[in-house]
Design a protein around this ligand. Structure first.
Ligand code: XIL
Length: 579
């Protein structure tokens, strides 16, 4: 499928060309190969090969709909690429009913008829949720009333849309906990759900709050027996949360199957929302897919977007856009591999300007509906990765020169041999500090000099990371795993020369700080702990500058890490090579 790759890197922003007419998602994917884009001209997204066609044998490709997406160029883009749609808001309880017994289906119905006329399927979202709900359903009512209201709501709503939706998110985000999963899914349920509270209100009579989950699914099955019933949630790539959801689905399905004796499951699908960032490890997504597969359920990626934390308000840098595209490509390689079990991959938004996470530019299309690198990565993941290389090939790479500097002397001539690198990648919108770094090495240690430009220095927070400070990250074996291990360490030095460490006791670390005209200069010695260094040795490495004011951290800049997760995840470090 190399034909869909752009000839040259596609600009991040720009005006789409003139409208050349509509093409439905049924049009051949091959007729407008993007590689024929003349460089400089930006092609509107609806002229590019249809994602729905590309993945026709694998799974449906979805997006959201709302009042501003079903006309003009937006609808053109939708019809080109997507063969199933989810209402971004208009089929949630809050949109359909405000008072008991009163429902307003007009807006949703009008949109559904446009969608159906375009030959596009609809997934229902969502019957039960703790947010965007209606107070009459479950707030301040008894368990008995809540159960009656649930029945009435599900019968009315799922009954109304019967035949118009192929599947429903029956419960959204019912599980919520952090920490380790102890084995009982009841303990993992979200406590701030009014459904949970109402069903627990007669606990004295031995009634259990968690019953609401099963009842919701049973009502949905009755109201629309043809719809595939889904449990939908976020962070399902986190293994503990995935385990809790597995336990819940298994328990409810076992009971249902015992009762009905039939093969059909009650909870037939798990929707992994997929609100990721460029720091998300695609392998964690695959691990969870494999867990859900063992339950025998269908899987959908129901709300996919891949945000870039700390993006500048005016858009992504080419480097950020490429990193984002690589995550998309790796995710789609995984989705393709498991296509036999995946029903649908739905993106949560058409374009970056209208995304619910617009500040992190998480989607395939720019606000002007031109395609980003992410589009090309999704259209042809293998080809894209072959072309741009994997993540490893363009993480920042620095060199450390041989030498042993005098600490506390930033102008020591030993530093003259070392190349200087900017530490300017901003992870937060507001930032007043930036800097440069250099590195040297000898048989004992790595030496790092960071010169920080920062006009006002602050150490009034009790937390070391919220004081003006410099952090170095070293992964001696460059293992690139997502957790710290032997030889990985975080080394922090404040502008007052206070030292603090992560994943090491900091034995042998030395540092000095000099005040400079426009900030401060940190020099530090980081002893090697697990390697015998030699010329050519490569290590994981990063530098971060924390910018504090008024007792809080206002900004963070890094040399390589685009995610702000270096303190916990060595796979986001850049690399340093000893010369
Ligand atoms: C979001 C919509 O995108 C926003 O427009 C709205 O303001 C809030 O809800 N998980 C879900 C979705 O299941 O329904 C949410 O959608 C995003 C998180």
């Amino acid at each position: 499928m190399a034909g869909v790759l752009p000839a040259a890197s596609v600009p991040a922003c720009g005006a789409p060309g003139t409208d050349t007419g509509e093409k439905s998602a049924g049009t051949s994917a091959r007729e407008t190969p993007a590689s024929s884009v003349p460089s400089g001209k930006i092609q509107p997204g609806w002229e590019l090969p249809s994602l729905a066609d590309i993945y026709r044998e694998d799974f449906k490709i979805g997006n959201v709909f709302g009042p501003d997406t079903l006309s003009g160029d937006s609808f053109r883009l939708i019809r080109r690429h997507f063969n199933i749609l989810t209402a971004e808001n208009d089929m949630k309880p809050a949109s359909l009913t405000r008072e008991k017994g009163v429902y307003d289906f007009d807006t949703a119905d009008a949109m559904l008829s446009e969608i159906s006329a375009a030959g596009i399927a609809v997934h229902g979202h969502t019957l039960g949720w703790h947010a965007q709900s209606a107070a009459w359903l479950n707030t301040g009512v008894t368990r008995t009333e809540a159960a009656e209201n649930m029945r009435a709501y599900v019968q009315t709503v799922a009954g109304h849309f019967r035949g118009k939706v192929v599947s429903w998110d029956v419960l959204n985000e019912g599980v919520d906990f952090s920490g380790s999963f102890g084995g009982n899914w009841h303990d993992a349920l979200r406590r701030d759900s009014d459904w949970y509270a109402a069903f627990g209100s007669e606990a004295k009579k031995g009634e259990n709050p968690w019953d609401y989950v099963e009842l919701l699914f049973r009502e949905a099955r009755k109201a629309d027996p043809d719809a595939v019933l889904y449990y939908n949630d976020y962070n399902l790539n986190l293994s503990e949360k995935a385990d809790a959801v597995c336990a819940m689905v298994q328990d409810i399905n076992d009971r249902y199957r015992k009762e009905t004796g039939g093969p059909r499951l009650l909870i037939e699908g798990v929707g992994m929302q997929g609100h990721y960032t460029i720091g998300t490890d695609p392998k964690s997504v695959e691990k969870s897919i494999q867990k859900f597969l063992r339950l025998g359920v269908r899987i959908s990626i129901s709300e996919l977007d891949v945000g870039v934390p700390g993006a500048e308000p005016d858009g992504l840098t080419p480097e950020q856009e490429k990193r984002q595209a690589i995550v998309y490509a790796k995710l789609f390689q995984i989705f393709k591999k498991h296509a036999a079990s995946i029903d649908r991959v739905t993106f949560w938004g058409l374009d970056d300007a209208r995304s619910w996470r617009a500040e992190s530019f998480p989607l395939l299309f720019n606000g002007d509906l031109s395609a980003k690198q992410a589009y090309y990565a999704v259209a042809d993941p293998d080809g894209y990765l072959a072309k741009v290389g994997s993540e490893e090939t363009f993480r920042q790479s620095a060199e450390a020169a041989p030498g042993t500097p005098v600490l506390g002397k930033g102008q020591d001539p030993a530093w003259d041999k070392a190349r200087e690198y900017p530490v300017t990648q901003q992870l937060q919108a507001w930032n007043y500090a930036s800097g440069t770094m250099k590195a040297l090495w000898d048989s004992d240690a790595l030496y790092v000099r960071v010169q920080v430009r920062d006009a006002s220095l602050d150490a009034s927070s009790a937390n070391a990371w919220e004081q003006d400070s410099v952090e170095c990250f070293v992964s001696e074996s460059d293992n690139r795993t997502d957790a710290y291990g032997d030889g990985d360490g975080q080394y922090r030095v404040s502008f007052r020369n206070d030292r603090s460490f992560g994943s090491t006791d900091g034995a042998g670390v030395q540092s000095a700080v000099e005040k400079t005209e426009d900030g401060y200069c940190v020099t530090m010695k980081i002893p090697f702990r697990t390697v015998k260094p030699a010329s050519g040795t490569k290590m994981g490495f990063d530098v971060q500058i924390n910018d504090a004011a008024d007792g809080v951290r206002k900004g963070v800049v890094t040399w390589n890490d685009p995610t702000g997760r270096a303190y916990t995840d060595p796979s986001v470090f850049g690399e340093i090579i000893l010369r």
